[in-house]
Design a protein around this ligand. Structure first.
Ligand code: ADP
Length: 484
């Protein structure tokens, strides 16, 4: 029998209010039920928000070093169960075990990073125009916050929201994606075991369409941090704006790599493959367009197709797998539909893009890595986020055209250029319209100490991580202190 897990509300592990449950399944082997989780709804969200509100005054008063200590303890506990969490991640999301271990290790370092951030200065002193006044501005917590997270980085994204929210004195309702609750459960469990007081972190697994709006409408919730689709993000933003609460949205991408004529083509192919195909292309920072200078297009394309078609696709648990399955039947259908869209639009499918069949493939959602060329910028496969192992190759006659193509999208999360030309690399850094710029490295990747987020339709203008996390999860109180 698979284990049945519970939500965490007010320090108690509890079933969903209506008792509903949902099976968490392995996308590589759909008969494998990883766990059973509550399928919570509005009532659970309301109870969690109330619990977070009750816990807030105590947690906000808890000294920073104490909060920091709990995060450090949680980091140590997560590190101790790294293998178990990584296996859970591969089983419920599908990425390879190597990627899952890397992501869980990143969760550990995020907890440590924010344990350190919690000890940084909390404000600034100013010289006042009045001689007797002590004038300062202090960053104080917001209150209970709702964190709504997706399935593609189910350890890293919840951690990079939960850790700073807690470090800076907020209480939390975490609503992880329905497809990947077990990894979020581990995060909640290690924090609970590390000694978080009841109600400081609440975990509500269940239906996003019910829990999300209930949290956004709850008078207790003072901010929402969301990572997911543009459609859901836009709805949440409207609700937050109506209530006048803070929000932060991280959404889609259509991230380009530009390959210039002087590029090291082996390097360009490697970073395109890694950016496009690792995590089965299911990263908001995944490479989905490669814009190649026409002088090297043929050579680059041949090498890219050779690499893509040789990638080993399979169960992420197997040591030789490079690329695991898509996360769900819906995701698989979306990707296969886009392959048809691309063909209909007149792009040439050079390799992949097929449902893999036979043997173990029949048990999961496996699609072969796809490369299209002859892609024009107005095609849907060049404009819409596919969120799968599909890369579109576009031709450019020079740097200016490549840059214009790279910017011809409503998204603006990350981008990369491969070149040895420092002048062009600098122009790229200055003129590309994205929040995260890479020169000679892949479009994916995020370190905790620097801001993460995009331009245009990729974000709501806010940033996560680094100092940006303090900015978002606190508000400023300016104090004029005079003697009696
Ligand atoms: P994806 O599944 O493509 O990552 P979604 O935006 O559908 O993106 O999901 C991201 C998160 O938002 C998930 O935790 C999901 O349950 C949640 N969610 C889904 N619908 C809503 C909604 N109407 N309001 C708030 N959150 C939602």
């Amino acid at each position: 029998m698979e284990r049945e897990y519970l939500n965490l509300i007010g320090g108690e592990w509890t079933a969903a209010a209506g008792g509903a449950t949902r099976s968490d399944r392995n996308p590589a082997r759909s008969e494998d039920v990883v766990a059973v989780f509550p399928s919570g709804g509005r009532e659970d969200a309301v109870r969690a928000a109330e619990a977070a509100a009750r816990a807030f005054p105590g947690w906000a008063r808890t000294p920073m070093p104490k909060r920091s200590e709990i995060l450090l303890k949680a980091a140590a506990l997560l590190e101790q169960r790294l293998d178990e969490v990584a296996q859970a991640l591969t089983r419920e999301e599908g990425k390879t075990l190597a990627e899952s271990k890397g992501e869980t290790a990143r969760g550990v370092s995020l907890l440590r990073y924010y344990a350190g951030e919690a000890l940084q200065p909390t404000g600034e002193l100013f010289g006042s125009a009045v001689a007797t006044t002590l004038l300062f501005a202090e960053r104080v917590p917001l209150g209970p916050v709702a964190l709504i997270t997706p399935w593609n980085f189910p350890v890293a994204i919840p951690t990079w929201k939960v850790a700073p929210a807690l470090a800076f004195g907020n209480t939390v309702v975490l609503k992880p994606a329905e497809l990947t609750p077990l990894t979020a459960w581990h995060l909640a469990d290690v924090l609970h075991q590390a000694g978080l007081p009841p109600g400081v972190l609440n975990l509500v697994v269940g239906r996003g369409s019910q829990i999300g709006p209930a949290l956004a409408e709850s008078p207790h919730i003072k901010a929402i941090s969301f990572t997911g689709s543009n459609a859901v993000g836009a709805g949440l933003a409207a609700k937050c704006a109506e209530r006048g609460i803070k929000f932060q949205l991280e959404m889609g991408g259509k991230n380009p790599v530009i390959v210039l004529s002087d590029a090291d083509l082996d390097k360009a192919v490697e970073l395109t493959i890694a950016g496009a195909m690792l995590s089965t292309g299911q990263k908001c920072t995944a490479t989905s367009r490669v814009i190649v200078h026409r002088d090297v297009l043929g050579d680059f394309r041949d090498r890219l197709v050779a690499r893509a078609s040789a990638l080993k696709v399979g169960d992420g648990m197997k040591a030789d797998t490079y690329m695991g399955p898509l996360v769900s039947a819906d995701a698989e259908k979306t990707v296969l539909d886009y392959i048809e869209v691309g063909k209909r639009e007149g792009a040439r499918l050079l390799t992949g893009g097929a449902k893999l069949r036979g043997g173990d493939y029949d048990r999961g959602f496996f699609v072969s890595p796809a490369v299209f060329d002859g892609v024009r910028s107005e095609m849907r496969i060049a404009q819409e986020e596919i969120f799968g192992p599909v890369v579109a190759v576009l031709e450019a006659k020079d740097f200016d055209e490549a840059l214009a193509l790279a910017n011809d999208t409503r998204f603006g999360l990350s981008a990369s250029v491969v070149t040895r030309d420092l002048g062009l690399a600098l122009r790229f850094v200055r003129e590309i319209e994205v929040g995260i710029v890479h020169v000679n490295s892949q479009t994916a990747g995020a370190e905790p100490q620097v801001p993460f987020g995009g331009f245009k339709g990729s974000s709501s203008g806010s940033r996560e991580q680094g100092k940006a996390a303090r900015e978002f999860f606190t508000q400023t109180k300016t104090v004029y202190l005079d003697p009696p």
